[in-house]
Write a protein that binds this ligand. Sequence first.
Ligand code: ZN
Length: 573
Amino acid sequence: MRLSQLLMPTLREVPADAEIPSHVLMLKAGLMRKLAAGIYVYLPLGKRVLKKVEEIVREEMDREGSQEVLMSALIPAELFKETGRWDVFGPEMFKLKDRNERDFCLGPTHEEVFTDLVRNEVKSYRQLPLILYQIQTKFRDERRPRFGVMRSREFIMKDAYSFDADWEGLDESFNKMYRAYCRIFDRCGLKYLVVEADPGAMGGRDSKEFMVISSVGEAVIAYCDSCGYAANEEKAECLIESRDEEMLEIEKVYTPNVKTIEELVDFLKISPSKFVKTLIYKAKGKVVAALVRGDRDINETKLLNVLGIREEELELADGPLVEEVTGAKVGFAGPLGLKGEVTLVVDSEIPQLRNFIVGANETDYHIKNVNYGRDFKGDIVADIKSVVEGDRCPRCGAPLKIARGIEVGHIFKLGTKYSEALGATYTDEEGNEKPIVMGCYGIGINRTVAAIIEQHHDEKGIIWPMSVAPYHVIVVPVNVSDEEQKQIAEKIYNKLLEEKLEVLIDDRDVRAGVKFNDADLIGIPVRVTIGKKVKEGIVEIKLREREEVEEVKVEEAVRRVKQIVEEKLRELS
Ligand SMILES: [Zn+2]
């Protein structure tokens, strides 16, 4: 492809609303453009990268025996009503009506559609197991689209669904997808962690996420270098240390105007871990008091799961409600003597603590030497805390580390939730009708592209791994007015094409600096520069990922480039 003809509108300036490197670089390198908030169009270079990632995904899915299909993006409401998700999705679902006033949506996910296909076409155990997948556009009306294609309203997903006769079969399908995903992300040149995730609203069990470690990731991961344990923050646990101290007499202390943990630490000169804080929530109309150690945070997703409610059904209580429940000003809540009907949710660490301090439910007072069991009991004792760096690994006790990650893939055992709701059954060998056991498996294609950029870039631009680069090589004649440079460049370009390499030639009549900047920005792995030394029969080969330049004879250039490209592709195969 000739750069003089390629639609590659690179930008010199950083686009105003782009916050993270991948978003900046996808715009600057002319991979994509924004059409509306959270909606992007792909230009030729971006489309080529998407296609490469999709092709890797296809090869690895097919290798494990799964079969590609294509569902409709436009889905009749009835299917989502059958599983109750027409309402569950809420404003995230793009809903619309056809000319006959029938309800449809633009698919945010496809469990229902795949299950519908299978309930109509699969009747016997002989037709199982089955893994089907598609690469398809999904639509979600995100409240706050951001970070470019990391959180957009329209995105391409590979979604797969497995159908098995029993849970053992599902385990096998799950392991196949696990293997396929590892190979896919390895081939994309990504460093990732496989973390235990919260099954959450999807129901089911055994949920793993593929997380690309990156400082711009939206997810927080706790992981252990010693044993390999890794979990996202909604799921991560830690060892609880029990304290064998004698229980002391309870004591009320006067703490005038001391409302926050920081003020208490100052006032009483005691570590925040000696306090237990009480947060009052409104949960689906009821009052909940949640307790965690003073130096910890409540993980609201864990709390939601414990209470069995949805995100929008939980909110922190406002001042008047706190005062009504505690009988005191805000800042003095505690577990002893709350008024009215209050559900007390106690973090699993609290029963192990001794002689801690809590709010007294009386303005300007706290209570010392409180002990769980002796002085109060919770309605629910469960893990509702966020783990922090240095907490001990639940498996081996080593200190946990915390990192941020970009979720690029998710594999998940659904069980019979959808097959039961939609009546997808099969007849077993004895003639009994049973629900099909399902799994679902997703990869965000655009997000994977962005994650690759997050891990492979420098201040000059993108550094594509060879496996997903839009082109392998760029041939740069420094001065196209120089007839010799031009001719040699054209000759090398054509020979590389004959060798079936993917090649760009920068035949534009622009300054050399512009050419080099663009080549670096769009991240083509190999650059062949044809400059003044061509008079001595020499051209330069430079890898985007390295500083050094290799000088080779003109007649050896093609062979050397081909060798480099093949080597790099092999490393990522
Ligand atoms: Zn460990």
